[in-house]
Write a protein that binds this ligand. Structure first.
Ligand SMILES: [Zn+2]
Length: 95
């Protein structure tokens, strides 16, 4: 059985874990910046490890990330990230 002290530690541990992980909404908000860095040849994983971490775990966000990356690469820089992002958001029905 857990005593109250152990429960306290457990709650603390869960809170800490939670602080180090992004939810889908947070990931979604950071994703355009993440992809921009990628396309610029910067080390996006190192700069935004929480986004990378979430993408590794979450298939839905990973799909959105790959779709965004593909769309941006296909555009060859003629379209801005924001324009494509707006289109993607509409496509996925977000907000
Ligand atoms: Zn997600």
């Amino acid at each position: 059985m857990l005593n109250p002290e152990d429960l306290g530690k457990l709650a603390q541990a869960l809170e800490m874990t939670h602080e180090e992980e992004l939810g889908c909404d947070e990931c979604f908000e950071e994703l355009d910046r993440f992809v921009e860095m990628k396309l610029a040849g910067l080390d996006a994983e190192a700069a935004m490890p929480l986004v990378q971490d979430h993408l590794d775990k979450c298939g839905d966000c990973r799909e959105e990330y790959e779709a965004l990356l593909r769309a941006l690469r296909a555009s060859e820089g003629y379209l801005s990230v924001n324009l494509i992002w707006t289109r993607l958001r509409r496509l996925f029905g977000a907000n």
